[in-house]
Design a protein around this ligand. Structure first.
Ligand code: NAP
Length: 429
């Protein structure tokens, strides 16, 4: 076991510190698994004067070139976050012949192709297991264990903040604003929560999952993104009454000749669906393959040690390659060029909640508006008064999104309709 593999970390915050801990605490086992020891040679941070637990015996630097240009470093592990300079540092590391491991979904979703191109040109490896689902293994399973399948559908709860918030709204009956404050106080939501609550964090992960699952390059700009900011306690209650729970899902579906569609939005999920049981900050990815059938991957989608688990697995995989003097045979897997199915052509059943004038004949005009737009209704319930208005909830049969939008436009124009409070897709088992 004479070989030593040198790594350099870019960043030692939440994940970086976890990576150092796992590599140190499991060092003897890891060395046996690899056939050589993994040594952390240097770590890049912004502030080298800051006191840091677990890092006392490791050289810190605030100059990225100390790592990127160090000929002794075999693997660069990028854990800075954000797009820049993370992207440029990874490209430079590859240019200098180093393998790269990252947890950075922002860079992988937006610039994955640049990084794969550079990795191929330089004969190095690029790994990013931790970029989706934190500690949950999903990139390697998709690329390796499930590669014999044709994947038709991926649905993921891939954002812990919003899953925590929706769980609390469901269990405590609280409204969005107060749960957001609670999530911020507990450190589950950032001071600026936009990326989480507006669905963009999930969208980046959806891009990565769909690109690998469908073997075709998906761009973030193609993805329809809707967050949870408009979900009201009334929606949570109706979901519950009708036998569903509301979850924010990253959805990637194969529509055959129409292409593939990727989107993020809240969904009414049947309470019996495996994803409905995924609560709090937990994440899960549910997928359907033509050989395996349904499968679900569940676990902690964030956190220092869970995320480090995935990063360290990538480091170990690469270290094994170095010891055996081989490099990964699986690079970019986007060998297809699938069309993107526009959101208007996707189909779903929908829940629509309206506030309308409380007078005779209103239900009839609403049913006509739906019918004339090509939307057939499965059920309509008028349950309560909200101020001077009546609240109506309609659940549609499976219809094209385009028709549902048409119906919403017509309804919005009706004199008897005060407001459309919510439109949420309904997923059936
Ligand atoms: N946190 C999670 O649970 C989680 C889960 C999955 C994936 N990820 C991904 O993992 C990556 C790291 O996340 P994190 O939560 O560990 O971030 P973090 O706690 O903010 O840590 C970032 C680290 O990078 C350093 N840094 C940032 N910009 C720098 C720059 N321009 N030059 C030098 N050093 C710089 C910081 O230095 P200082 O220490 O001096 O400030 C810090 O050590 C991100 O891509 C994130 O999306 C995180």
């Amino acid at each position: 076991m004479s070989k030593e593999i040198s790594i350099g970390l870019l960043g030692s915050g939440t994940v970086g510190t976890g990576v150092v801990r796992v590599l140190k605490e499991n060092a003897d086992d890891i060395a046996k698994k690899v056939g050589g020891r993994i040594a952390i040679k240097k770590i890049l941070v912004r502030d080298i004067s800051k006191k840091r637990e677990y890092l006392e015996d490791i050289q810190l630097t605030d100059n990225a070139d100390d790592i990127l240009n160090d000929p002794e470093i075999d693997i660069v592990v990028e854990l800075l976050g954000g797009q820049h300079p993370a992207r440029e540092y990874m490209l430079k590391a590859m240019e200098n012949g180093k393998h790269v491991v990252t947890a950075n979904k922002d860079v992988v979703a937006q610039f994955g192709h640049d990084l794969f191109d550079m990795a191929e040109a330089k004969g190095v490896d690029f790994k990013f297991e931790a970029s989706v689902g934190g500690g949950i293994p999903i990139i390697t399973p998709l690329k390796e264990c499930l590669t014999g399948n044709r994947i038709s559908e991926i649905m993921g709860i891939v954002n812990g903040t919003t899953n925590y918030m929706l769980t609390k709204m469901t269990e405590d009956g609280s409204d969005y604003a107060s749960i957001l404050k609670e999530a911020q106080a507990m450190g589950y939501a950032e001071a600026n929560p936009a990326a989480d609550v507006e669905g963009w964090d999930a969208a980046r992960k959806a891009v990565i999952l769909a690109s690998i699952g469908f073997n075709t390059r998906i761009n973030l700009e193609q993805v329809s993104v809707e967050g949870i900011t408009h979900i009201e306690p009334a929606d949570i209650n109706y979901a519950n009454e009708l036998g569903y729970v509301i979850k924010l899902l990253a959805v990637a579906k194969d529509y055959g000749e129409k292409g593939v569609n990727v989107r993020v939005h809240p969904v009414f999920l049947p309470s019996s669906h495996p994803l409905a049981a995924v609560k709090d900050v937990f994440n899960a990815i549910f997928l359907r393959g033509n050989a395996i059938g349904d499968a679900m991957f569940y676990g902690r989608g964030a956190g220092s040690l869970p995320t480090a688990s995935a990063v360290v697995a990538d480091i170990i995989g690469e270290a094994r390659n170095i010891v055996s003097d081989v490099h990964s045979v699986i690079g970019c897997t986007c060998y297809n060029s699938r069309a993107f199915c526009p959101i208007e052509e996707t189909e779903s059943s929908y829940y629509v909640r309206l506030h309308v004038d409380d007078e005779p004949g209103v239900l009839g005009s609403i049913a006509t508006a739906f019918g004339e737009s090509g939307v057939s209704l499965k059920s309509v319930i008028q349950t309560r008064k909200v101020g001077v208005h009546a609240e109506i909830v309609a659940v549609t049969h499976v219809v094209q999104h385009r028709n549902l939008q048409k119906a919403a436009d017509v309804l919005q124009g009706l004199k008897v309709v005060d407001s459309i409070r919510s439109i949420i897709r309904v997923e059936e088992n």
